[in-house]
Write a protein that binds this ligand. Structure first.
Ligand code: ATP
Ligand code: MG
Length: 259
């Protein structure tokens, strides 16, 4: 791993208190290197979103600490871009104005970012739709707008929470390819949450497999497949071996069952 960008150190998260206390994450420790693509994979409710929101400074750990660029996370920061599971676009704003929304929130100068917004829209094949409203877009296009919005202020760290889970299989495949390209061209560090073993293996340098709640880190797998990866890589024996190794962890933990 390259120099660490994110350090997650002995992090624990308990929601509520007393009889209502719910232990979401028992213990999580791992690092994400600069420019690395890491996926968090685990069953529903194991604390993936919780962990991602803590890295983004939107939630506080109950114990342990998270460092970004060596500094302790105490709140949201400008160097981080977040893509949520649903695109949450502002319905009255055009595609271009939605992409530029964080610039206003961060009180940066909008004219300085117009060119970058158009570049991002071009890269995600949305340039013709810049003046359309969200309701005029397909689900995949909305999700691409939300990716552009997360990238507009050029954050070095991109946090993505199941960004493609609501999409049809073909659109999802295309966005997997698009994301790989964006990541390679922009040298971002990505922490990506998914339920899909195939998506995690396809996209990642490493896959962090979590146990059922209360979440712990079950295993970290290095995915040593050449890049750029084409969709065909999913049919190779190496790819099948990685997928099986992850499936076996879930079978052993009762997350999956063959019978
Ligand atoms: N704000 C909250 N208050 C109380 N409990 C919460 C809160 N947010 C999440 N939880 C609980 O914490 C646990 C982990 O939730 P989290 O959303 O992190 O899981 P997840 O791994 O992202 O699941 P999914 O794959 O279904 O999105 C769950 O049991 C959930 O009910
Ligand atoms: Mg979640």
């Amino acid at each position: 791993m390259s120099r660490p960008h994110v350090n997650i150190e002995g992090v624990k998260k308990v929601y509520g208190a007393g009889r209502d206390a719910l232990e979401a994450i028992r213990e999580a420790s791992f690092a994400v290197g600069q420019g690395e693509f890491v996926s968090l994979l685990g069953p529903s409710g194991c604390g993936k979103s919780t962990l991602l929101m803590m890295v983004g400074g939107l939630l506080e750990p109950t114990a342990g600490q998270i460092l970004v660029d060596g500094g302790r996370v105490t709140g949201p920061r400008k160097e981080v871009g977040i893509v949520f599971q649903s695109p949450v676009l502002l319905p009255w704003r055009t595609v271009l104005d939605n992409v530029l929304f964080p610039i206003e929130m961060l009180r940066l100068r909008r004219p300085d970012y117009g060119g970058r917004a158009l570049e991002l829209l071009e890269m995600t094949k949305l340039e013709e739709f810049r003046d359309k409203l969200p309701r005029e877009l397909s689900g995949g296009m909305k999700q691409r707008v939300s990716i552009c919005r997360a990238l507009i202020h050029n954050p070095s760290l991109l946090l993505m929470d199941e960004p493609f889970s609501a999409l049809d299989a073909l659109t999802r495949d295309q966005l997997n390819l698009d994301l790989q390209k964006i990541w390679q061209q922009n040298h971002k560090t990505v922490l990506f949450v998914t339920h899909s073993i195939t998506e995690a293996v396809f996209l990642s340098d490493r896959v962090v497999v979590m146990s059922p709640r209360p979440g712990t880190i079950e295993r970290i797998l290095e995915i040593d497949l050449p890049r750029p990866r084409s969709l065909d890589v999913r049919e190779t024996p190496e790819f099948a071996r990685y997928s099986k190794a992850i499936r076996d962890i879930f079978l052993a933990r009762g997350v999956l069952s063959n019978s």
